[in-house]
Design a protein. Structure first.
Length: 254
């Protein structure tokens, strides 16, 4: 008697049933970490599979190539930031200046704290250039700069677009540096200042300092957050942070 093959026939080794996409999220998380640690060229599918705790064939089952895995894993995290930034852009007209600045600063600092590997990938790729860097720039980085420029214009006393754009060209790198560098080099900051840069307290303080810079660089008064606390440039922690950012920035791009 011959038994006909059915849909329940044995699957190829390493492949899950179509209804159970197991391992996909683990693979993407592991990929982001490995790409950040070793760079795109330094990572193999085998290494990603090992880090994700899955069989190598499962990675190939879910993703056609290493490049496809890189793009999907990076896109997922960046899309969350872009959606948040777009939400702020829409709400500019419906919130007070203090609310907009505070919430925007806190959101982007928290994003960097929750996605330190993505920060490293973005910095590494744009520094080296190439197709991945161009894709990152056009898809995510330039739109984020446009939103930041719009935020600066919304709190500026000037209606001159070119003047506000000029301010943004200096202010935005300073702000993004303050956002990103603590999470690129978290171990150094921890050893130097005995702080946990991933703690809620540090994130809130960092966001407040960034919000202060937004206001002061646009001709505003010394920044006072919604709890009534004023931040003074003489604050030793601020001076130490600025010195650290200058040193790290110089070392990174020399």
């Amino acid at each position: 008697m011959v038994v006909a093959k059915t849909a329940t026939s044995k699957r190829k080794r390493g492949r899950p049933p179509a209804s159970r996409p197991e391992g996909r999220e683990d693979i993407k998380r592991a990929a982001v970490f490995e790409f950040a640690k070793r760079g795109f060229k330094g990572v193999s599918i085998e290494k990603i599979a090992e880090a994700a705790g899955v069989a190598k064939p499962l990675v190939h089952y879910h993703f056609a190539s290493k490049a496809d895995l890189w793009k999907e894993a990076v896109s997922e995290a960046f899309d969350a930031l872009r959606h948040e930034a777009q939400r702020f852009a829409i709400e500019f007209a419906n919130k007070s200046r203090e609310d907009v600045i505070d919430e925007f600063a806190l959101a982007i600092v928290r994003f960097s704290a929750e996605n330190p590997s993505l920060v490293r990938i973005s910095t590494d790729e744009t520094r080296q250039g190439g197709d991945r860097a161009e894709w990152l720039k056009e898809t995510y980085l330039l739109p984020l700069h446009e939103i930041t420029t719009a935020l600066i214009s919304s709190i500026s006393d000037s209606d001159n677009f070119e003047q506000n754009r000029s301010i943004a060209s200096h202010l935005t790198p300073s702000i993004f540096g303050a956002i990103n560098f603590p999470y690129i080099d978290a171990d150094v900051l921890s050893d130097a200042y005995d702080v946990d840069v991933f703690s809620d307290a540090y994130i809130a303080k960092q966001a407040a300092l960034i919000a202060k810079e937004f206001v002061e660089q646009n001709g505003g008064q010394p920044y006072v957050d919604l709890n009534g606390q004023q931040y003074d440039l003489a604050d030793k922690q601020v001076i130490a942070m600025v010195a650290y950012l200058q040193r790290v920035g110089t070392d990174l791009f020399k």
